[in-house]
Design a protein around this ligand. Structure first.
Ligand SMILES: O=P(O)(O)OC[C@H]1O[C@H](O)[C@H](O)[C@@H](O)[C@@H]1O
Length: 355
């Protein structure tokens, strides 16, 4: 089997000489294996377009069976299949879910809540449960650990960023282990005489038509930013609960009773957490449920991240408009937030031009 590793000049080169080569794989054509903190080729990140497209090119040129993209410290990964299909983000979660659900039917899969509605469908169609949780790989993994403690069998925890952990691997945040699972499945499929590559495992995963991420900087001294962001997120929840945004409803993820910090935190006294968030599912008469809006505190910076996803054209722009006109402006939140990105997106449907 020929496997291309793109370590992006991070620390992932070992996966070729210490793992794949020793197991007899052909790693010819691998890219950027030597560590170089200046990252002269591209940022080592499986979410990066350049990292994925260079790996894709190397896979196709070498007619390799698989391409692997690691981040700097190998706790995140993405892959490219033999046909050059990039598998990262939701697709990687779907692929790992398909593998883990074959081994553990009915298991719960924890992800951050920026995943697509189609991913939830993909997991539940295979008999799994999808637990949507807070952004931050530590949050996602800890949620899985707690679910297991509470008797809910949870074997996979993954973030859209490519971070991921498995129960069988002691809940370690480990991009290399994910890839090992994928390679093992590829070998199993090959031995079974299966024609389709690993992509065939996720061929029924639908792609969201539109998705966007926007940021609103919090206008305050950094030390008060956390409290202000909390205020905004809670006001967002209240506005939805009180029906000020027609067709918007707080999203929930099933009947699990461990709801502390979840999409809908039913606890009267929510635990102090590092990244408050809510996701609203959005419907309209003509199209039914067509998208969602996810509002959360950034983990690193004094801002609020808004993620939007839609299955109909123009849906994200419309949701941004509603968010601005029915929540941010009437609630006065525009006084504590810099809303220029959302305003621009609401007017243009993108951020690249000024109206
Ligand atoms: O809050 P942000 O700035 O968007 O960052 C969000 C990201 O934060 C960290 O890097 C975590 O490791 C990731 O798990 C998370 O996705």
């Amino acid at each position: 089997m020929q496997i291309i590793v793109n370590a992006g000049n991070g620390s992932g080169g070992f996966f070729t000489w210490d793992v794949l080569d020793k197991l007899g794989a052909d790693t010819f054509g691998s890219l950027h294996l030597n560590p170089d903190g200046m990252f002269p080729n591209h940022i080592p990140n499986p979410e990066e377009k350049i990292a994925m497209s260079l790996t894709r090119a190397a896979v196709l040129e070498n007619k390799a069976d698989l391409g692997i993209v690691f981040d700097t410290d190998v706790d995140r990964s993405g892959v490219v299949d033999s046909e050059g299909n990039p598998i990262n983000g939701d697709r990687l979660i779907a692929l790992m879910s398909a593998i883990v659900l074959m081994e553990h039917p009915g298991t719960t899969v924890v992800t951050d809540a920026r995943t697509s509605m189609a991913l939830t469908k993909f997991i539940t169609n295979r008999g799994g449960q999808h637990c949507l949780y807070r952004v931050g790989y530590r949050n996602v993994i800890d949620k899985g650990i707690n679910l297991n403690k509470d008797g809910i069998e949870t074997h996979l925890m993954m973030e859209t960023s490519g971070h991921g952990a498995l129960k069988e691997n002691h809940f370690l945040d480990d991009g290399a282990y994910m890839v090992v699972k994928i390679i093992t499945e590829m070998v199993r499929m090959k031995l079974e005489g299966s024609e389709g590559g690993i992509h065939s495992l996720i061929k029924d995963l639908e792609e969201p038509l539109e998705s966007a991420e926007l940021r609103m900087v919090i206008l305050s001294e950094p030390r008060y930013a956390k409290a202000k962001a909390f205020e905004v997120i809670e006001a967002f929840k209240t506005y939805i609960e009180q029906g000020y945004l027609p067709g918007w409803e707080l999203d929930a993820c099933g009947d699990c009773w461990v709801s502390d910090g979840c999409l809908v935190d039913t606890s009267d006294d929510p635990a102090a957490i590092d990244a408050y968030m809510y996701r609203a599912k959005v419907s309209e008469e003509e199209n039914g449920e067509y998208g969602w809006v996810h509002l959360r505190q950034s983990i690193h910076n004094p801002n609020i991240a808004i993620n939007l996803q839609s299955t109909i054209p123009g849906g994200c722009q419309y949701m941004a408009k509603v968010l601005r006109d029915r929540f941010l402006l009437p609630s006065g939140m525009d006084k504590i937030l810099y809303i220029n990105e959302i305003d621009k997106y609401a007017r243009n449907g993108n951020l690249s031009t000024d109206a």
